[in-house]
Design a protein around this ligand. Structure first.
Ligand code: AMP
Length: 302
């Protein structure tokens, strides 16, 4: 089933206790698309400048990512720089240069307008809504991400967008901030009143939790001895989650549980190396092997 993503395609400068890269392809939509493309074809809506490298374009094309919706503008690509703390749990943003992203008005090519699965990566909530308006037939599932910036500065816009979304995928701090509830289950109940019927809370090294009206499902994060760079882990999680659902065309409870595991698998691979490096060498067989490992990791007898 067709899967559409809108969000940032960027160049990132990354620094962690494990090393440093000056400039590497990043962006929320890029991580999402690369992760989801292991499961299904992905249609990408984003904007790049004239410094967008032809090798990066070739990489996206090679991976069953449709880039007809990747707009070219004169100017530079979105640039983001971040540095991680010793334990990789905290990061400081060193630079956010919007560049061509400042003028971004998402335009969906005609053939994207019947997408059945839609992921609105972390961008301004009015742009997220604008994309949804352009999807003509009602999608089977709409999921979105957001961040503290939009929760604080464009709360009314965000709430309007949330009315049209099925799954909200955010981290624990954002969940607490959006709902003004510390307890995540109470927070979920609060968020259901805003529109989404499912909340996926991404909890970094503590895994992820899905809450819907049927109950709660938790997955651990895959235990890694040496994660190198958490950039894009959440977007890769979202790509694995949505790609998995779109590939089976189902949103049943069983499908959502499997999607949580594949989300966690893709997130775990993303953090093993800097930037997209690990996802670009990843094989489907490794993904399935790690999913089986997850199953062993969480099995027990009563
Ligand atoms: P995450 O680690 O999930 O926060 O995603 C990091 C990716 O998001 C990086 O590759 C950045 O290029 C991109 N990014 C960082 N800040 C923003 C922002 N304000 N809007 C859109 N994308 C961003």
């Amino acid at each position: 089933m067709s899967l559409l993503v809108v969000g940032s395609v960027a160049y990132d400068a990354l620094e962690s206790p494990y090393g440093k890269v000056e400039r590497t392809l990043g962006g929320a939509a890029t991580y999402f698309a690369v992760a989801a493309a292991f499961f299904t074809q992905v249609k990408l809506v984003a904007i790049v400048g004239d410094d967008f490298d032809s090798k990066d374009e070739a990489m996206l094309r090679k991976r069953s990512i449709d880039i007809e919706g990747l707009e070219r503008a004169s100017g530079k690509c979105f640039f983001w720089a971040g540095r991680y703390s010793e334990n990789l749990n905290e990061r400081v943003t060193l630079a956010t240069d919007l560049n061509v992203f400042a003028e971004f008005k998402p335009r969906l090519p005609q053939k994207y307008c019947d997408s059945k699965y839609v992921f609105l990566a972390n961008i301004a909530p009015d742009l997220q809504r604008d994309v949804l308006h352009q999807v003509k037939c009602k999608p089977k599932l709409v999921a979105m991400d957001t961040m503290n910036y939009w929760i604080e500065r464009t709360n009314a816009e965000l709430r309007e967008t949330l009315k049209h979304v099925d799954v909200l995928m955010i981290n624990d701090a954002e969940t607490r901030q959006l709902s003004s509830e510390h307890n995540l289950l109470r927070a979920a109940r609060h968020i259901f009143k805003m529109g989404p019927s499912t909340l996926v809370v991404k909890r970094g090294e503590y895994g992820a939790m899905l809450v819907d009206r049927d109950g709660v499902f938790c997955v651990p994060a895959f235990p890694l001895e040496e994660p190198h760079d958490p950039t894009g882990a959440g977007d890769s999680f979202a790509g694995g989650f949505m790609g998995c659902l779109a590939s089976v065309g189902s949103t049943s409870d069983a499908a959502l549980r499997r999607a949580m595991v594949y989300g966690s698998v893709l997130g775990s691979f993303a953090v093993e190396r800097f930037g997209l490096e690990r996802l670009l060498t990843l094989k489907r067989s490794e993904i399935h092997a790690r999913a089986r490992h997850f199953s062993k990791l969480t099995q027990f007898k009563l």
